[in-house]
Design a protein around this ligand. Structure first.
Ligand SMILES: [Fe+2]
Length: 363
């Protein structure tokens, strides 16, 4: 995107995954990953899954996406979901899905166990697909107190829209003391500056799509730009002017704020930067849910698919849970914890998955 300066170099946040005899990350890997999570709020573990294991995950996701009765997730942008710009849906707690999720949990046990006890809830297992023309989400924080995972089950290019993060903006006791005690105010200013650019980018893109009539569905332009419907991640002018978008609206741009944005413009660009992941197949991203981030738009004609899973770090109120995460009805009916997944059977070892067609794993 022209308006937003984003680096595609994630090497500072990467740890190559090395597994021990039990299929878990080695102690050294765990230590490096924890340092990244604590310092930057995220870590990218490259090659955590073999190609064959990633293929199993992709096949499970395809089965869900192709199911007309799939359970659609109710967060992100409802308008994008409606116009099939995105397709976010939860995966059922079937034996194959649990095996795939258990493999990830067991491999990452050393990292998870630092943040979540065994009894902590599995909030959702999901697949996030975005298509050409989706909106770039505003920079936001997910509900706090959650460790979220994205697994790339196929290569994701920068144009397809790997997640954008602002490293080091996660919250913890005393985080506000950073940057001379002004960290919270500066982070909010930087978020505002980014969201102004994202707003312009989304509007500009929709305007160009409008000229090319084939790329917008009937009514889509009005729904994304002038609708009264709640949607936090569209460049909706009406809700922007009325102050009805909690992510970005006109009422956030008072004269004092504009002055601060101008006064601190250099400090903001020195202190914070955006980095966009373009994970290779088999890479797993772990991040603290309150790290500033956004799901970008897909600027390619190839769908971007990613597997996602989240665990609570503490007890969690049901309303708070369902406001931010979408458990599949089968998971709501039979809740699972981190311990349940650590005790579940994983996928067969890499040598046994070789040459085994994914469909033979589906029950
Ligand atoms: Fe998010």
């Amino acid at each position: 995107m022209d308006e937003l300066k984003v680096s595609n170099d994630t090497s500072l946040f990467e740890v190559p995954a090395v597994l021990d005899d039990t299929g878990r990350l080695t102690d050294s890997c765990v230590r490096q990953a924890l340092t990244m999570m604590d310092t930057h709020g995220l870590v990218l573990l490259t090659n955590l899954l073999s190609d064959e294991e990633a293929d199993v995950g992709l096949e499970l996701m395809r089965q869900t996406i192709d199911d007309p009765n799939r359970s659609r997730s109710s967060f992100a942008s409802e308008t994008d979901n409606h116009y099939v710009r995105r397709d976010f849906c939860s995966l059922p707690s079937s034996a194959p899905v649990i095996r795939f999720a258990a493999t990830l949990c067991q491999r990452l046990e050393g990292v998870y166990s630092e943040y979540c006890g065994r009894s902590r809830s599995l909030l959702e297992v999901a697949t996030f697909t975005s298509y050409f023309g989706s909106s770039h989400q505003y920079i936001h924080r997910d509900p706090a107190g959650v460790i979220s995972l994205f697994a790339a089950v196929e290569n994701v290019s920068a144009d397809q829209g790997g997640t954008v993060f602002i490293p080091g903006t996660h919250m913890y006791g005393g985080a506000g003391n950073k940057h001379g005690g002004r960290a919270n105010a500066l982070m909010e200013l930087f978020r505002l500056q980014c969201n102004y650019r994202i707003f312009r980018h989304n509007l500009k893109k929709l305007w160009l799509m409008r000229k090319d009539k084939a790329s917008l569905a009937p009514g889509e332009f009005v729904d994304r730009v002038f609708s009264k419907k709640w949607d936090q991640h569209q460049p909706n002018l009406l809700r922007f002017v009325l102050g009805k978008n909690s992510q970005f609206s006109l009422r956030m741009l008072g004269p004092r704020t504009l002055w601060k944005l101008y006064r601190h413009r250099e400090a903001l660009n020195d202190l914070f930067s955006l980095v966009q992941a373009a994970p290779r197949k088999g890479t797993v991203i772990l991040y603290r849910s309150d790290l500033l981030h956004a799901g970008p738009d897909n600027r390619s004609t190839h769908p971007r698919r990613i597997f996602g899973m989240s665990f609570a770090r503490d007890i969690i109120d049901a309303k708070f849970w369902h406001d931010g995460y979408s458990p599949h009805p089968t998971l709501s009916a039979h809740p699972m914890s981190l311990g349940d997944l650590l005790d579940s059977s994983p996928l067969p070892g890499p040598s046994r998955t070789l040459n085994q067609h994914p469909s033979t794993l589906v029950e």
